[in-house]
Design a protein around this ligand. Sequence first.
Ligand code: ZN
Length: 426
Amino acid sequence: MLQIKDKNITFLDVTEEEIKGQLTNVVHATLSPEMRSCPECGCTKMGTNGNHQFVKNGKKVTTIRLAAVHYIPTVMKLAKQRYYCRECHHHWTAQTSLVAPNCFISRHIRLEIARLLKERIAMKLIAELCFVSSNTVIRELHQFKKYLPNKQTLAFPKVLMVDEFRSHAKKEENMSFICADGETGDLVDVLPDRRLDNLVHYFKHSPYAQEVEFLVTDMNAAYYQLIPKVFKNAKLIIDRFHVIKHINTAFNSFRALEAKRLISKGGQSATRGRKIKSNWKRLIKNRQNIDISEYKTWRSFRAPKYPYLTEAMVIDRLLSYSEPLKEAYQVFHNITDAFREKDADLFFDTIRSMSDKLNPEFRHAIQNLENHEVGIRNGLIYPYSNGKIEAKNTHIKTLKRVSYGFRSYDNMRTRIFLTNGLIKIK
Ligand SMILES: [Zn+2]
């Protein structure tokens, strides 16, 4: 039942004892293997009386933590045979496959801890489930550090997605860097620091950096600068969804501003401003999906005060309240339509031919896209996006939430690799 295969362990008794205030199963056993030679000098000599030159020299009792039996914590009090060699005066203690030398946690538990570390649960919970201390769990975690990628072994995929996430590890309050394979979504690495100098320093040592063909990133960060410095053969791709988000944000902030301006004027204008404010979703809706046939009553245009209207008529009414909004609306949709059609030339032509009469903040926000023209064009040509890395970030957030933040960045990094199945436990 205990899955102990060492034939040299002899079971004596099982008792129930209170250990640290907790009812515990105690398995009493001895470990006394037959010795054929001294491990130090290798002597097998027999003495004059026909006995070995090394002799049994008392027993040492150690308490080994076993897996819980029926949810009751279980330990083994194992009396290990001690030996003494008369030839070389060496003392030693018998060892068993049940525990590593100088360790008091059975291999079964250590395997179970390793298995649980792959789950998105707190390390404190793992310690409670295995009836061990948090330090034991952290010690087990540390032994996986040597399997993490380092500068020399770091291999890069053809498509490299880069992004950042808030690490919340106590020492580094800033943002951390994450990169993953753009085709499979597999994690490549996480780094505690997203500053460009450190990234360049880290990546340029890898012999694989030249194998990256595409670098996928968003517009916020300066990761595109990694291309000339590290990934010399890579093409920049700006994530499509971030481009759409950027355009939507630009239009929405202008729409909010315009609604506010109308509301502050009071009277009829205020009512109209509030209607623009509450119907914001309708204004960013894809024009191709706007309903033009179904007449009904609307929350902002209730019958019988208003006649039945179609969705298209509602939008026309809202836009008739503000000439600047109407202009911005046209530009906004012309741009997003071109982007949706993956027509990069039309997209940038529309941006370049924007009227000077448009609200300057809105115009500048949109014109900002021109600074990323190469990456945006590539994003429309190639099928890669950052979607898969966003999923990774969500996983990391879950892990951080259940762990109440990590005290050490290294611990977090190791667990991110474990939960992503990138360290294989045999
Ligand atoms: Zn010896």
